[in-house]
Design a protein around this ligand. Structure first.
Ligand code: NDP
Length: 606
């Protein structure tokens, strides 16, 4: 669930229905007058800048500070703890109509739409041993979603399912994925424990050749890159990491054989957690309850707000009418829009005044988070260290009621590295400022590589052009889904799109569009569709025009939202118009499909 902090044109987050937790009730629109003298906000902004600079001085190397090449001695960090043995099978050399690379929500909901349109031959090729994507891999204790379940879980109308809680827990979401796959017969042709290594366009055949690490050489008429936005675990390049002698794993590969399914295996263990992002925030309270001692190694604190979770009201669920989720989604989109009166009021303000008020409202929200920390965490020094000093949404906000109170437990110790991070790991455990912290278990809560379309996979299009090479001069797509030179290939997630806190909304829009395009090609009897040159150029310009209206991205403390502080080309990021604008562009592209695309081997009838 990522969101570019600049995704709103003005560069400051606005109130949306899906901001998660209490943040959704906060007004970031700029309508409200600021509560303090301007000097107060300027002082806070100075502190924000100081903290960002400190963090950047320690790690000027940007994304290169991490590695996701988990090979050799690091290979253990990618082993699937849920299916350690490979299920043997013969390599495949068959042909399917639609092939999905990845079996998470994006693939599942697009497949459902394709089934509705009568597409029978659908194959999911998935690295895990089942469908589910992020919910297959992430099974760490406490795993849950921060987006309201009735919005986040897709296909609730179609599946006749109402989630059990306001915020669904990981196991329920994973089961939902499995049920979708069963309901739409997606297991029939699926292949698991299989990584696509190359996807090559065969012009003479007008189809894709898809090769895998299991020796497969499949053919597919349409390929959908549904490989997720944050799917490849990454580790910080810390000196001595390979030499650590205790047990260790990445959060997305939780080893219950070691910890016990109820974590009782940790009772006599000292545990270290490196990182304090959304995964760590959920894990820490659970481990704190069971471990003998827990050391949390923090580089930058997360903003942690309350999560208003509760079981689903059975009466409410029983009264839901057919199509309720679709209506709810539409209503959510409408409510995110400003009313005419609001627009008029805002139009009376100068752009500078609007931005000033938005920033001030953002700072007020951060100060509220600070007060909550002071009220919750008993030790004043620990409370101070847990305070985030950056604008809300600079980093992915977290929502959890148990994270902050965990630091009141005697067995929980915060190691505040004040922006530096753990720089060395000895055989016994992490080292900071010359002190060794011996741990039996070291958990890397250090996140994921941000999606590349060809993660694990080389995509070679028309004329033998590698997609990476095409993008090396700047990303070029049509609505983030199509790229010229790659006929019948569709990208989900990815860049040059509008992102929301609720990623499944984005996938739904893209999935509907992809299903429509595939249906069009099938119905009209042409072999393939490919983004037209002008259409692609139009979209690249849209992305450029709508990006970077403020310096907010650069002003943010580093993290994966802003490429760890690296400078990016204007086109190598997201489209920062509103989500509704993105939807209307996507719809417009389909409505004008004849003009926006080129079609190979024109209709059989012509
Ligand atoms: P993140 O990338 O958000 O966090 C990585 C953490 O590792 C950061 O705190 C980072 O610090 C820290 N780190 C990196 N290097 C070091 C070092 N050398 N020493 C100490 N700390 C270090 O990863 P997560 O897995 O937490 O989250 C990834 C994303 O997955 C989330 O942002 C969210 O989109 C999604 N997610 C959603 C959940 C939900 O819905 N509840 C739950 C979990 C994940 P720094 O901040 O300084 O870079």
């Amino acid at each position: 669930m990522t969101r570019d902090p600049n995704s709103k044109g003005e560069g400051v987050v606005e109130k949306t229905a899906d901001s998660g937790g209490d943040a959704g009730r906060f007004d970031f629109s700029g309508e409200r007058e600021s509560q303090h003298e301007q000097a107060f906000y300027e002082g806070v902004k100075e502190r924000f800048a100081k903290e960002r600079d400190r963090r950047l001085e320690f790690r000027p190397e940007g994304t290169a500070q991490y590695t996701s090449a988990l090979e050799g001695e690091l290979a253990q960090y990618e082993i699937d703890p849920h299916a350690r043995e490979l299920v043997p099978r013969e390599p495949l050399e068959d042909t399917v109509e639609v092939l999905f690379i990845g079996g998470g929500f994006s693939a599942l909901l697009t497949s459902a739409r394709l089934r509705e349109k009568g597409v029978e031959s659908i194959r999911i090729v998935e690295r895990g041993a089942d469908v589910g994507g992020t919910w297959y891999w992430n099974r760490y204790p406490g795993v849950a979603c921060d987006v309201v379940s009735y919005d986040y879980l897709p296909l609730l109308d179609e599946m006749g399912y109402v989630p059990r809680d306001q915020y669904a827990k990981g196991p329920e979401i994973y089961e939902h994925c499995q049920r979708i796959a069963q309901r739409y017969n997606l297991y029939d042709l699926a292949v698991f424990q299989t990584t696509v290594t190359s996807t090559i366009w065969r012009e003479d055949e007008q189809q894709w050749e898809v090769c895998t690490d299991r020796g497969d050489q499949m053919r597919a008429r349409f390929v959908v890159c549904a490989n997720g936005t944050l799917s490849k675990p990454k580790l910080p390049r810390i000196e001595g990491l390979e030499g650590y002698a205790g047990h260790s794993f990445h959060t997305s590969r939780w080893d219950y054989e070691y910890t016990g399914s109820d974590l009782s295996g940790l009772r006599d263990k000292t545990v270290g957690v490196i990182g304090t992002g959304a995964s760590a925030v959920q894990i820490v309270p659970k481990v704190a309850k069971m471990a003998k001692d827990l050391f949390v190694f923090q580089r930058t604190p997360s903003s942690v707000d309350l999560k208003d979770d509760r079981p689903t009201d059975p009466e409410w669920a029983a009264a839901l009418e057919e199509g309720w989720q679709g209506k709810r989604r539409e209503a959510g989109l409408q409510s995110g829009e400003r009313t005419l009166e609001q627009r008029e009021r805002l139009a009376e303000l100068s752009r500078e005044e609007r931005i000033r008020r938005q920033e001030n409202a953002n700072i007020e929200y951060v100060m509220r988070i600070h007060r909550h920390i002071e009220e919750t965490v008993e030790d004043p020094q620990t409370a101070e260290a847990l305070k985030p000093w950056y604008m809300f949404m600079c980093k992915r906000p977290c929502f959890d009621n148990d994270y902050l109170p965990a630091f009141n437990q005697e067995n929980v110790h915060l190691v505040d590295t004040q922006g530096e991070g753990v720089t060395e790991i000895g055989t016994a455990g992490p080292v900071f400022e010359g002190q060794v912290y011996p741990v039996d278990l070291l958990v890397f809560a250090t996140g994921f590589e941000v999606q590349k379309t060809g993660i694990y996979n080389r995509i070679i299009g028309r004329g033998g052009v590698d997609l990476e090479d095409k993008y090396s001069d700047g990303m070029r797509t049509l609505v983030g889904i199509h790229s010229r030179g790659y006929p019948n290939l569709f990208i989900m997630g990815g860049y040059q799109i509008s992102t929301l806190f609720n990623l499944t909304d984005v996938f739904q829009v893209q999935g509907d569009h992809i299903a429509n395009c595939i249906d069009y090609v099938r119905r009209t009897g042409c072999r393939s569709l490919e983004a037209g040159e002008d259409a692609e150029e139009w979209w690249v310009q849209q992305v450029i025009e709508n990006r970077g209206k403020t310096s907010r991205n650069a002003d943010c403390t580093p993290g994966y939202y802003n490429f760890e502080g690296e400078t990016q080309r204007r086109q190598d990021g997201n489209y920062n118009g509103t989500f509704r604008q993105y939807i209307s562009h996507v719809n417009d592209v389909f409505e004008h499909i004849e003009e926006r695309f080129e079609f190979a081997e024109q209709r059989a009838a012509e």
